[in-house]
Design a protein around this ligand. Structure first.
Ligand code: XMP
Length: 507
C-alpha cells in the first residue's frame, strides 16, 4: 500500500511496538513499523509515534533520533515511554535514570479532559513498564496528566509533540485506545485503513508483478496460504497451487483441505511425500534439527514439483517481516526457525522470484481479507497449524505410533470443543504427545503407556498467549474419551502454561 499520510511507528525495541501498529489500524488508519535505522525513509507520514524500548536514555549506546528531521516532518508526534523520555531530553529537559522498575497498573489523572484526554475518565487505569522517569521539564513543556501520586506521566511540548509514560496499546490501559485515537485526531488527512482498498491494491499489484508468468504457491489448508491462493485465483493470473502431504498432518486433514479448495473452485495438486519426510526424520530428536530437515525437504519436494514455474508466492505476514527485520538488526533473539524463512527461500528472494502479497497484513486482517474474498467462515476461522505439523507436537524422535496417538487425541479434543461451542472462543487448541511412559491400570492389568497433553490458548498474533479456562466438563469428557478410545495412552494432562515463558507449541 502507498505510504502517503500514514502513521509511522518508530521502533526503539519495545516488545509492544507491533501492537501499537495494530491498534492504529484497528482505529481505521494505515500504520507501519520502522526500525530506527529506516527513520530517514518513512515517506510522508501524517503522524509519528516513537515506541518504548528496553534501554535507558542515560546508557552510552541508547538509541537516538535525528531530532531536526523529526521536527521537519511537521506532523504530530507521540512519544511512548522511552519515546517520551527521549523527547523531553531533545527539548532540553532531563530524565532520571533508575534501576527500579515500575511494572503494572497505575492511575492516570488528566489535567484537563481535552486534547489527548478528551472524553477520558478523571481517573483511568493505565499500564506502566519503565525504570527511568522525566525529571526537569524544558521551558514551554506542560504536564497534561499525572499519576495517583502526582508524578508527571504525560507531557506536551508546544502544539504538536506529546509524551506518555504508560502503554496505551495494551488492554490493561483501559482507555488506551481512546487516548491513541485522540492523538490521531491531532493529525490532518490520515490515510484510512480499509481491507477492501487493500484487496483492490493487492489484486492490481499481483497482476502487475506476475504479468503472464506462471506463479506457484504452496497451500497447507491454513488461513494464510488459502487466502493467498484464492487471491491469486481472483487476480486471474496463471497459477498452480501445490499441497505437500508431509505425513505430519492431523486426522483426515488431506481430504478436508482438498474438499475445501474444491468448494471454492480452486484446483490444487497434492504431492504425497509422507514416506520421504518420516524416513529422513527417523531417529532425529533435536527440535531445531527436526525443523531444519522438514523446512529444507519441504522446499526440495515443493520445488521439484514446481517444474519451470517462474515465481513463488508465499503467505508471509507482517509480523514475520517485522520479526525477521528485527532479528537482522539483532534486537530480538532467535527463538525458533520458522520454515518460510530458511536459507533456500532467502536465495530465491535474492533472485526476485518470491511474491509476498500478504506481507503488510496482520493475521486478523488476513481473515478479514479472506471473508471479503468469499472464503467460508470455517476456513477463515480455522485455528493456526504450524508448517512442520505434528512434528512440533511430538517431542523427541517421531514414530508412526506416536503420530497416530496425537491424531486420534487431537481429533477427539477438537470435536469436543466444536460440539460445546468453544472452538471459536479459543485461538488455537491441540493435543501433543508427552514422550514419557507412566504406570496405570487398565482393566485388571498394569499399563505402562504415554501421556497426552491438551493445550488451548488465546493470543493476539501468537506473540504472547494465555491458557484458556475451559469448563471442567469439556476436559473431563475429552480425557474420558481419549483414555477409552486411544490405544497407548493412560494419562491426559491439561497445559496451564502462558507464553512467555512457554511457547504455544512444544517444540
Ligand atoms: P510458538 O510455539 O512459537 O508458536 O509459540 C506461535 C505460533 O506459530 C505457529 N508456529 C508455526 N507456524 N511454521 C508456521 O507456519 C512454523 O514453523 C511454526 N512454528 C510455530 C504455532 O502453531 C503458533 O500458532
Amino acid at each position: 500500500m502507498e505510504e502517503k499520510r500514514h502513521v509511522a511507528v518508530v521502533d526503539f525495541g519495545s516488545q509492544y511496538a507491533q501492537l501499537i501498529v495494530r491498534r492504529v489500524r484497528e482505529l481505521g488508519f494505515f500504520a507501519k513499523l520502522y526500525p530506527l535505522e529506516e527513520f530517514a525513509a518513512m515517506g510522508e507520514p501524517g503522524a509519528i509515534i516513537l515506541s518504548g524500548g528496553p534501554k535507558s536514555t542515560s546508557e552510552p549506546d541508547a538509541p537516538d533520533i535525528d531530532f531536526e528531521r523529526l521536527q521537519s516532518y511537521g506532523v504530530p508526534v507521540l512519544g511512548v515511554c522511552y519515546g517520551m523520555q527521549l523527547l523531553n531530553i531533545k527539548f532540553g529537559g532531563s530524565v532520571e535514570a533508575s534501576d527500579r522498575r515500575e511494572y503494572g497498573p497505575a492511575m492516570l489523572v488528566p489535567a484537563e479532559a481535552t486534547g489527548l484526554y478528551e472524553g477520558i475518565s478523571h481517573e483511568s487505569q493505565v499500564w506502566m513498564s519503565h525504570s527511568d522517569t522525566v525529571q526537569d521539564l524544558p521551558d514551554g513543556a506542560e504536564v497534561i496528566a499525572r499519576n495517583q501520586h502526582g508524578t508527571a506521566v504525560s507531557l506536551k511540548w508546544g502544539e504538536r509533540f506529546f509524551g506518555i509514560q504508560f502503554h496505551p496499546e495494551v488492554t490493561h490501559s483501559h482507555e488506551g485506545l481512546r487516548i491513541l485515537h485522540n492523538f490521531l485526531l491531532q493529525a490532518d488527512g490520515l490515510q484510512e485503513f480499509r481491507i477492501e482498498d487493500f484487496k483492490r491494491e493487492m489484486l492490481e499489484g499481483i497482476r502487475r508483478d506476475v504479468g503472464d508468468r506462471q506463479v506457484v504457491c504452496g497451500v497447507s489448508g491454513g488461513v494464510d496460504s488459502t487466502v493467498l491462493a484464492v487471491l491469486l485465483h481472483e487476480a486471474g493470473v496463471k497459477m498452480r497451487a501445490i499441497f505437500v502431504d508431509h505425513g505430519l498432518l492431523r486426522k483426515d486433514e488431506g481430504d478436508e483441505v482438498r474438499n475445501n479448495f474444491h468448494r471454492m473452485g480452486v484446483e490444487i495438486e497434492t504431492v504425497e511425500a509422507a514416506d520421504l519426510f518420516l524416513g529422513k526424520l527417523a531417529g532425529v530428536d533435536d527440535p531445531e534439527k527436526k525443523r531444519e530437515i522438514i523446512g529444507n525437504l519441504f522446499i526440495d519436494v515443493f520445488w521439484d514439483s514446481v517444474g519451470d514455474a517462474e515465481l513463488l508466492a508465499q503467505g508471509t505476514l507482517y509480523p514475520d517481516v517485522i520479526e525477521s527485520a528485527s532479528n537482522a538488526s539483532s534486537k530480538a533473539s532467535k527463538i525458533k526457525t520458522h520454515h518460510n524463512r530458511v536459507d533456500r527461500i532467502l536465495e530465491l528472494q535474492a533472485q526476485g522470484k518470491v511474491l509476498e502479497p500478504l506481507s503488510e497484513l496482520f493475521k486478523d486482517e488476513v481473515r478479514a481479507l479472506g471473508m471479503s474474498l468469499g472464503i467460508p467462515h470455517d476456513i477463515v476461522h480455522r485455528h493456526p497449524f504450524p508448517g512442520p505439523g505434528l512434528a512440533v507436537r511430538c517431542p523427541g524422535a517421531i514414530e508412526a505410533k506416536k503420530l497416530e496417538i496425537i491424531r486420534e487425541s487431537d481429533a477427539i479434543f477438537i470435536s469436543r470443543l466444536k460440539d460445546h461451542n468453544w472452538y471459536d472462543k479459543v485461538w488455537q487448541a491441540y493435543a501433543a504427545l508427552v514422550p514419557v511412559k507412566t504406570v496405570g491400570v487398565k482393566g485388571d492389568e498394569r499399563s505402562y503407556e504415554w501421556a497426552v497433553s491438551l493445550r488451548a490458548v488465546v493470543s493476539e498474533d501468537a506473540m504472547t498467549a494465555d491458557w484458556v479456562e475451559l469448563p471442567y466438563a469439556i476436559l473431563r469428557e475429552t480425557s474420558h474419551r481419549i483414555l477409552n478410545e486411544v490405544p497407548g495412552v493412560n494419562r491426559v494432562l491439561y497445559d496451564v502454561s502462558t507464553k512467555p515463558p512457554a511457547s504455544i507449541e512444544w517444540e
